[in-house]
Design a protein around this ligand. Structure first.
Ligand SMILES: [Zn+2]
Length: 210
């Protein structure tokens, strides 16, 4: 990007999208643009996906990204890749302590049934599908999510534990898109397991794109 383009971009207000707690939104992010994902009220997990705008395009892949970065959780400067191993997102800033998860599948109806919930429960799996459907997309599979702000420490013996998010109010991560993508963020509705902090009520996430 030239300096002139950069100035034009910074002179323009960021596009804001609020993601109400328990729901999801999909926003287009062009290559070279950045998106800030803000944990506005704190301790809210944000299941995050990226799919290429190109027809038949690839999706951000956690397993491919773990190889590309050599880490379980991305750090500033890391480039996350799609399922065709092409660069898709660069993590350019992170005001949290880096507690993000790439291992756990998005919550879905089966998960809530297994936890004893009776009837339908909002979930990130269906949130993803309805958010992309608003952009005319009907993917055959739901990729593994990048679970921003989700604390899943791995013990030395390999044991995983789901712990309350450590991300404070106002903390944020910033990604640069390296392809034209649809970014999908679900403010996880999980209220049966304390991953979203002591309040156990889903809270909003805010997105700013520029
Ligand atoms: Zn969820």
């Amino acid at each position: 990007m030239t300096d002139t383009q950069q100035q034009a971009r910074t002179a323009r207000p960021a596009r804001h999208t609020s993601v109400p707690g328990g729901s999801a939104r999909a926003v287009p992010v062009a290559a070279g643009e950045t998106v800030r994902i803000v944990n506005t009220l704190g301790h809210q997990v944000a299941d995050t996906w990226a799919v290429a705008v190109a027809e038949g395009g690839a999706a951000l892949s956690m397993s491919h990204s773990r190889l590309a970065t050599g880490r379980i959780s991305p750090r500033v400067g890391d480039v996350l890749v799609d399922d065709q191993r092409q660069p898709m997102l660069r993590l350019v800033a992170d005001t949290t302590d880096g507690g993000h998860d790439t291992l756990i599948a998005a919550c879905d109806p089966q998960r809530y049934r297994a936890l004893g919930h009776q009837g339908h429960h909002a979930n990130c799996f269906e949130n993803f599908l309805s958010a992309v459907a608003e952009h005319g997309r009907a993917p055959a599979v739901v990729p593994d999510a990048l679970n921003l702000f989700m604390a899943v420490p791995v013990a030395p013996d390999g044991t995983l534990s789901l712990q309350p998010s450590r991300a404070p109010a106002g903390s944020e991560v910033v990604f640069e898109a390296l392809q034209d993508i649809l970014l999908v963020v679900s403010a996880c509705p999980q209220d049966l397991v304390p991953i979203n902090g002591a309040a156990a009520a889903p809270r909003q996430i805010d997105l700013y794109t520029d």
